[in-house]
Design a binder for this molecule. Structure first.
Ligand code: RB5
Length: 144
């Protein structure tokens, strides 16, 4: 199960991703918003809570630029969020950073590219090995 959320800037993109990836077998838990003006940190927290509680495996967050969502998500313990706008970074943030949340900008990306990046993010595994040590160091930073 994938938790997904957006602020008022990102609803069209969120719906397009749900539609495109549901057809490929992914299941989504939609944490809002539904177009009403809202504050992105509230949605970021709702999506990230689904992950830290174990209810969802990964999350997707969309706001105007994706930046506010990524700042907010990365404040939450256990979350590693990446702002994604190209396929190379999207693939490698899964392979090397084991990110559990991707953030995208609805005002900077087209919905077709966003759906493609979301599929890359969700279908790429963590490489482990030497990268696990670096993730452990990030976790140590989080616990300081
Ligand atoms: C909302 O207008 C906008 O500030 C928000 O969607 C986002 O881009 C913040 O980072």
């Amino acid at each position: 199960m994938i938790a997904i959320g957006c602020d008022h800037a990102g609803c069209e993109m969120k719906n397009a991703i749900i539609e495109a990836l549901s057809e490929k077998g992914y299941e989504f838990k939609d944490m809002g918003c539904n177009g009403e003006p809202c504050d992105y940190p509230v949605i970021a927290e709702a999506v990230c809570n689904e992950i830290t509680s174990g209810s969802c495996e990964k999350g997707i967050l969309i706001c105007g630029t994706g930046i506010g969502m990524s700042i907010a998500a990365n404040k939450i313990k256990g979350i590693r969020a990446a702002l994604c706008s190209d396929s190379f970074s999207t693939k490698f943030t899964r392979l090397h950073n084991d990110t559990n949340v991707m953030c995208m900008g609805a005002r900077t990306l087209g919905v077709g590219l966003a759906a493609e990046l979301a599929e890359i993010f969700l279908s790429t595994g963590f490489e482990g090995g030497r990268h696990q040590r670096r993730i452990d160091l990030i976790t140590e930073l989080e616990n300081k």
